[in-house]
Design a protein. Structure first.
Length: 402
């Protein structure tokens, strides 16, 4: 068996996922072309040696349909022998792509793969693809399925997280992200998106607001109260969790992940191929894991997935220097810190999706690059990336610098 080494990790800036967002005019394929060409140029890469492009994408219709991974391979002008596959594990899709690539490398069946993700949420809104989990009344009622925002509020209610705690975390995410941008901590991984004239369209993550504070967040109305009460979805969740008499709606636009556009890419290979191409390995993937969780509460998967990944790596939580936990909702990282007993100064030190946004299919691979950059900046060794996933799942990956 081989070891899976990370040779490069890049991402685009995140643009607001609305029609007035800076990346709205850029198709998903072109976002992927940006990161793929960035990887090729940065590494003087002979693309004929890349065997596959594994790309996460959640809403695979319209611009993002028809196997957007292979479409991007063609549009990038990569060697025709490079194949492409698009995968959907909801919010974990980008990290799933990385883990799938690592598994192929470790097994010895592949030597060099590009993994990553893309989501153009301004052009292809979440939910456009439909699906029984979100639209079939029988599926919803028989299995107590509710939207993620209701699940987030359920966790906050069940485990006694106040709105102020969530807002404090959210304001901190913006402060950390603003500081990271000020200090150019993301510069190593950033690949600018350019127009046809070569002009940079966006030079920073568009949603970060350095002036965000608890007082301004306190003025925002809960996002999921109306659907919970008027649409009866609170009652659906309470059928599964009768110990919760009333769900307190504490999440809103300011303490939930932002809707954005973006793409990411990670170059993963074995040692022999890296040496052949004179690539410098940045880290190796120690382990990875996926787990299912109860689907109504849905968003509690990061902790069990992390424990599973740590066990596979024969490591303890205290062996990890830095954590990246996707900030789908503020309660997710707060609950994770309590479950795993880790301090906030080791988690999301450069902010997260509440400040920068969550381009669904791309985020997991983005976080791999983020944690590698920060491990190198702090001269630390081990990192763990994890995300909660719709439908009740969690995913985690342990990386170690080399």
């Amino acid at each position: 068996m081989s070891e899976a080494y990370i040779y490069d990790a890049v991402r685009t800036q995140r643009g607001r996922g609305k029609k007035d967002g800076s990346l709205h005019t850029v198709k998903a394929v072109d976002l992927l072309v940006t990161v793929m060409n960035g990887i090729r140029q940065r590494n003087n890469l002979d693309t004929a040696l890349v065997e596959d492009a594994i790309i996460g994408c959640v809403t695979q219709v319209g611009d993002q349909g028809a196997d957007v991974a292979k479409s991007a391979v063609i549009a990038s002008g990569w060697d025709q022998n490079v194949s492409g596959v698009t995968v959907n594990r909801f919010c974990g899709s980008g990290l799933e792509a990385v883990n799938m690539a690592a598994a192929k490398i470790i097994s010895g069946f592949s030597n060099l793969i590009v993994a990553g993700g893309v989501e153009s949420m301004s052009r292809v809104p979440f939910g456009t693809d439909g699906g029984g989990m979100f639209t079939d009344p029988a599926m919803i009622m028989n299995h107590y399925l509710v939207p993620q925002g209701i699940s987030a509020d359920l966790i906050a209610t069940k485990y006694n997280y106040s709105r102020r705690q969530l807002d404090e975390f959210a304001a901190g995410s913006h402060r950390r992200a603003a500081m990271a941008w000020k200090e150019n901590r993301f510069a190593k991984s950033m690949i600018p998106v350019k127009d046809i004239f070569g002009n940079t369209i966006l030079d920073k993550d568009e949603a970060v607001r350095a002036d965000t504070n608890v007082e301004t967040l306190a003025t925002l109305k809960p996002s999921f109260e109306q659907m919970g009460t008027l649409a009866g979805l609170d009652a659906v969740a309470i059928q599964r969790y009768p110990e919760v008499e009333t769900i307190h709606h504490v999440h809103h636009a300011g303490n939930s992940s932002g809707i954005v556009d973006g793409a990411s890419g990670v170059l993963i290979g074995n040692k022999k191929t890296g040496k052949k191409l004179s690539l410098k390995s940045r880290a190796r993937i120690r382990s990875f894991a996926i787990t299912g969780t109860e689907p109504t509460i849905m968003l509690v998967g990061p902790a069990p997935a992390s424990r599973k990944a740590l066990k596979k790596a024969k490591m303890e939580v205290t062996d990890i220097d830095l954590f990246e936990v996707n900030e789908a909702f503020a309660v997710v990282p707060l609950f994770y810190m309590d479950e795993m007993k880790i301090p906030h100064d080791k988690l999301n030190v450069n902010g997260g999706a509440i400040a920068m946004g969550h381009p669904l299919g791309a985020t997991g691979a983005m976080l791999v690059g983020t944690i590698l950059d920060e491990l190198e900046r702090q001269n630390k060794t081990t990192g763990l990336v994890t995300l909660c996933i719709g439908g009740g799942m969690g995913i985690a990956t342990v990386v170690e610098r080399v």
